[in-house]
Design a protein around this ligand. Structure first.
Ligand code: AMP
Length: 565
């Protein structure tokens, strides 16, 4: 077996660190699909997934995904072919994910919400061969979109649909539900084993996407040696076992979905309760299935404070909060010190995950994001823009290195030069500090350096959006900043300078972005027209000032309307 370095576009781990991770047991030689099969063999009759569509045992999941893998190969897809995913949280997404992985294909973790701007770029970057789309998504025809995208595309050869109940074959597309049905399960298993025999632990298992620090999203290659183990470490940190029922509300395709939801649950034989972002429906499903664990992103912080959450709370043992500072009233709602435990997760698709240990005091779980989950994880807080380490308590840039943190983005040599320190630590762009509580060192998140907006967990890259806004003939200058939002945490506000002194309506600017094929969650939700943008004394746009200005303005508006911002 030799792994593919994708013609030099994949950055590999330095040999000494790779050897160390193998020896310390942090890395595995078994490909990801085999890890699922081993678990499915062990917990065959236990429930693997429950969603609004129904439930499935590990044996069923294993058998069906073997067949899907066989169907994908029969269709003409080859090992290491990238496949673009545009699916929401539903059972077939789990089938498609494992089916691709078992076929040796590489799922690309794009979103159903992405449009031509994102899909066109990412699919060309990775040389996507397949495109899996959901048929019924809120008011947008993804099948037609996939066809349009494939026209003249250099590498896309297959469109696969999920959820097509029309009963008719649509020209040029294959239904996931039909894939491999004719294949005998024993033959499908042996085909999967054959593919796994060709898989090197260093081969890419999946491509995740980064929110990006500059321009368009960067591609994050996660490899077989570490990806499943990363999830297993997370599950072990939280004390899960085969009796756990793990609910997930945010996109399962995101790294947090895969590493803290799907793979994490399955790595210990636990059941994934696959819900959607619709909080009342999700809480209902959690109550009905007696979910014991849940990850709550900051987009759902408010929903947890409502009565809708009451029933779900009864069976929950652990609630992990993530994405933004945790308000004490939220913590108290999910942690009563007697059977209901709350903690925090900090993490990124590039790798590093930190979680508050189960036995840490409530104060540490309320105010910090805990400690890294792997004993081989290394973190250091550096002076921003430099490489000197700060003392405990000092706020600086969080940098990390470890068995499951990428040593480089895919095909991005120039970006990688700045994204990593000289000794290979990834510069996260997050501001953090080490806080010592009862003699133990915990990590706390204190802000960020990177220029993005965190809209309920979806990242909007400011520079990417500014460049797109500047393509409008009426916009002379643009600065995009985060404005506070009570539900989503942050939303994008664009400070704009008009070409002719005439401001455009928000709708016109949004239509411009729609025409450019930009995903809706990135569109600015407020415009502030100014004669010119303020600059700092080093001649950079003064975004700190703009952020403070819009926050104060929103507060004043809320006061004037008598509402709490
Ligand atoms: P992603 O790769 O999309 O998962 O985004 C990772 C980024 O989300 C991190 O680099 C942080 O900027 C942010 N993030 C994740 N977890 C937290 C948290 N608990 N508190 C604050 N920011 C977070």
């Amino acid at each position: 077996m030799t792994y593919s370095d994708w013609g030099g576009r994949l950055v590999t781990f330095p040999e000494d660190r790779a050897r160390h991770y193998r020896e310390s047991g942090m890395w595995s030689d078994d490909p990801t699909g085999r890890r699922l099969h081993q678990i499915a063999h062990r917990f065959a009759e236990r429930t693997a997934v429950i969603s609004a569509e129904g439930s499935m045992s590990f044996a069923e999941l294993d058998r069906r995904t073997d067949q899907i893998a066989a169907g994908l190969i029969r269709l003409g897809l080859n090992r290491l072919d990238p496949v673009i995913f545009q699916l929401t949280n539903r059972q077939e997404t789990v089938l498609a994910w494992y089916g691709c992985i078992k076929a040796g294909l590489v799922p690309v973790a794009t979103l159903a919400a992405h449009r031509m701007h994102e899909i066109g770029h990412v699919s060309r970057k990775v040389g996507a061969v397949g495109h899996i789309v959901e048929v019924r998504t809120a008011g947008f025809d993804l099948v037609e979109f996939a066809r349009e995208h494939a026209t003249g595309h250099p590498s896309i050869r297959h469109i696969i649909t999920v959820g097509d109940e029309s009963g008719r074959d649509q020209p040029g597309v294959t239904r996931l539900e039909d894939l491999g049905l004719e294949t005998d399960p024993v033959a499908a298993r042996s085909l999967v084993e054959q593919i796994e025999g060709q898989t090197d632990p260093l081969d890419v298992a999946a491509f995740q996407l980064s929110g990006g620090t500059t321009g368009v999203p960067k591609v994050i290659p996660r490899i077989h040696a570490e990806y499943w183990n990363n999830a297993l470490l997370y599950a072990q940190r939280l004390g899960w076992d085969e009796h756990s029922r793990v609910a997930h509300l945010i996109p399962i395709i995101h790294n947090a979905g895969i590493s803290c939801g799907l793979h994490a649950a399955h790595s210990v034989g636990a059941c994934l309760v696959l819900a959607t972002a619709d909080a009342p429906a999700a809480f209902e499903l959690m109550a009905r299935t007696e979910a014991t664990e849940v990850l709550i992103g900051h987009g759902h912080y408010q929903a947890v404070l409502t009565h809708d959450f009451d029933k779900a709370r009864t069976s929950l043992r652990r609630v992990v909060l993530s994405g933004a500072k945790v308000p004490p009233e939220l913590f108290d709602r999910v942690d009563d010190g007697a059977g209901h435990w709350a903690g925090q997760l900090f993490g990124m698709s590039e790798g590093l995950l930190t979680v508050t240990p189960l036995d840490s005091p409530a104060h540490a779980r309320l105010t910090t994001v805990g400690t890294p989950i792997a004993s081989d994880d290394e973190i250091s807080i550096l002076e921003p823009g430099a490489e000197n380490e700060l003392r405990d308590g000092g706020v600086g840039e969080l940098c990390c290195r470890g068995p499951y943190t990428i040593p480089g983005y895919f095909d991005a040599p120039e970006h990688n030069q700045n994204a990593f320190t000289s000794d290979g630590f990834y510069r996260t762009g997050d501001l953090a500090a080490i806080t010592v509580i009862d003699g133990k060192r915990y990590l706390s998140i204190e802000g960020r350096i990177k220029d993005l907006i965190n809209r309920g967990g979806e990242k909007v890259n400011a520079e990417e959006l500014e460049l797109l806004l500047l393509e409008h003939p009426g916009i002379a200058n643009a600065a995009v900043v985060a404005m506070p939002d009570p539900r989503l945490g942050e939303k994008a506000c664009a400070y704009l300078v008009s070409v002719d002194g005439e401001p455009l309506l928000l709708k016109a600017v949004q239509e411009h972005l729609a025409q450019l094929g930009v995903a809706k969650f990135k569109w600015p939700e407020r415009l502030e027209w100014v004669p010119s943008l303020p600059h700092t004394n080093v001649n950079k746009i003064d975004k700190k000032r703009l952020r403070a200005e819009i926050a104060a303005k929103l507060l004043a508006e809320a006061d004037a309307h008598g509402v709490v911002a």
